[in-house]
Design a binder for this molecule. Structure first.
Ligand code: IPE
Ligand code: IPE
Ligand code: MG
Length: 260
């Protein structure tokens, strides 16, 4: 296998890091719990919303880095089902930033061949936000580059409940027999079909918990916790997380495939 790190840059080439730090294939699906915006702002004596604003810039960097590093699917946790517990002003700031992001960045994402998918409960969202999310999905649905999955008003348990309802409705309508319900059927009834399970979940800001993220899909994901706050996340942090992932020994209940 040809390693990107063996590529010799011409003297005139810009000083970019190699696309991959190891010759191992990149994880197909990286999921990120973008955490620490508030603390980033508090450290600087700034309002929390400033941390969220800078967090949007980190999202742009993450999307670029994912593409450059060869990741096929990037899921970002943007707003949890439980984030409604925050003060109304902060919730409103977060909704406003999502709208701004879609309005400002959709054309660029589309031009970069990014396919946007949304997971989460759309029913609980205002019609303007739900409309923007649908527009983002529809405009980019034929793109073939990175798939960017935005988890918005998302909770892993709530998603499993929605899946259970969809399956129950199919059974009630006579389209499905109860004995046909297996793991594959549950996976197929989740919010976004056709997306492989995440290989790695990255959480910034040092917290070591899932916070209701991708409960079903992360059964065998590797967890990588980074110390930096989300607004400081960049390509180097992304590459470091992938390097850490490559050092892991994934067994899926079997025996180690790594020597020794
Ligand atoms: C992550 O940063 C952004 C969202 C949850 C929307 P936080 O807002 O959770 O920042 P901290 O954890 O309070 O620092
Ligand atoms: C998880 O972060 C949700 C998102 C990143 C959108 P939180 O900051 O809400 O999680 P907890 O409350 O610390 O568990
Ligand atoms: Mg947090």
């Amino acid at each position: 296998m040809i390693s990107d790190s063996q590529t010799v840059a011409r003297p005139s080439a810009p000083p970019v890091a190699p696309a991959r730090l190891t010759s191992s294939p990149p994880p197909a699906h990286v999921a990120i719990i973008m955490d620490g915006n508030g603390r980033w702002a508090a450290r600087r004596g700034l309002p929390r919303v400033e941390g969220h604003r800078r967090g949007v810039e980190a999202v742009r960097r993450a999307v670029r880095a994912a593409t450059e590093l060869g990741v096929r699917y990037l899921t970002i946790y943007a707003f949890s089902s439980e984030n409604w517990r925050r003060p109304a002003a902060e919730v409103s700031d977060l909704m406003g930033l999502l709208k701004l992001f879609v309005r400002r960045d959709l054309a660029e994402l589309d031009a970069a061949n990014v396919r946007v998918r949304i997971i989460g409960d759309r029913q609980g969202l205002s019609s303007d936000i739900a409309g923007l999310l649908t527009e983002a999905e529809e405009r980019t649905c034929r793109n073939t580059g990175l798939t960017l999955v935005i988890a918005f008003n998302y909770g892993g348990r709530q998603e499993i409940v929605r899946a259970a309802r969809r399956l129950a409705e199919a059974v009630a309508a006579g389209r499905l027999r109860p004995e046909e319900i297996d793991a594959e059927a549950v996976t197929g009834a989740l919010d976004a079909t056709g997306i492989p399970d995440p290989d790695v979940v990255i959480r910034t800001s040092g917290e070591q918990r899932l916070s209701n993220f991708l409960t079903w899909q992360t059964a065998y994901a590797e967890y990588v916790v980074l110390p930096e706050f989300w607004p400081d996340f960049d390509r180097a942090a992304f590459a470091a997380a992938i390097d850490e992932y490559h050092r892991r020994d994934r067994r899926f209940g079997g025996l180690s495939e790594k020597a020794g």
